[in-house]
Design a binder for this molecule. Structure first.
Ligand SMILES: O=C(O)CCC(=O)C(=O)O
Length: 246
């Protein structure tokens, strides 16, 4: 579960960074696998989940799932996943989107009876460093609690671009106003995004996990890839959380 300082930070900002979630040898392995699978010039989305079992293992990272228990509750599922790769001067558009109650109310951040509730939550692992001014993910901290049906555009000085080291994890609620800034670094951006929904809901098509489910090898992987439901749904089989690193 998240600590009180972590909950405070996430409640304040709608985004939080955890350092060194992926050990260096695992990081090298993931980059090696992706290098062998995609064109070095590929821009923006790539469908990495089925590349190797290592990405299924990352989907069920015990520390991440433990954090999601605080953010979403005991009943969540993998909604969809994709990678983002950006090279200098790529055509990715500068944008911000999302925000409270957007996407027909799916993007939400609420508290009830002393507990936090989220709609779609994004877990982003950095496979390469993101330095100040590089571009990439940016957001309006605190905007997940904004009371206006309006937000500034990507040029606002309120928009911040977090820095990350390879192996770090950034988590944000889609209720946060966020988006992508043009990537200007000579280094490559490479991120893996795993998006989790409450167990009863889905943001993308309900069949997104269908093609991956047969590749699941653990009870938790299968449980995370269930279709959305409430009724007879069973709790997730949470494992003990090891101290640090995947
Ligand atoms: O990481 C990015 O560049 C943007 C991600 C994004 O917009 C999203 O996950 O909805």
């Amino acid at each position: 579960m998240m600590t009180q300082p972590e909950i405070y930070e996430f409640d304040l900002n709608g985004v939080i960074i955890y350092r060194n979630l992926i050990a260096p040898d695992r990081l090298r392995e993931m980059n090696r696998i992706i290098d062998a699978k995609i064109d070095p010039k590929v821009e923006f989305g790539f469908d990495f989940l089925g590349y190797d079992p290592i990405f299924f293992e990352l989907m069920e990272h015990p520390r991440t799932l433990d954090i999601l228990r605080t953010m979403i509750g005991e009943w969540f599922r993998l909604d969809h996943a994709y990678g983002i790769q950006l090279a200098k001067d790529n055509p990715a558009r500068d944008n911000v989107h999302g925000g409270p109650r957007t996407d027909h109310g799916e993007h939400q951040y609420q508290w009830h009876a002393g507990k936090m509730y989220n709609g779609l939550v994004v877990v982003m692992y950095a496979l390469e460093d993101v330095n100040p001014g590089d571009g990439g993910f940016h957001c309006l901290p605190g905007s997940h609690k904004s009371n206006l049906d309006w937000h500034p555009d990507h040029t606002s000085p309120l928009v911040v671009q977090p820095s990350l080291k390879a192996g770090d994890m950034l988590i944000f609620t889609e209720a946060l106003v966020h988006g992508t800034r043009k990537w200007v670094s000579p280094n490559r951006r490479r991120s893996l995004l795993y998006k989790y929904s409450p167990g009863h809901s889905t943001w993308t098509e309900t069949d997104w996990c269908d093609k991956y489910r047969p590749m699941a090898t653990t009870e938790m992987q299968r449980a995370l890839m269930r279709t959305p439901s409430v009724g007879t749904r069973k709790p997730l089989p949470f494992a003990p959380v090891p101290p640090v690193n995947a």
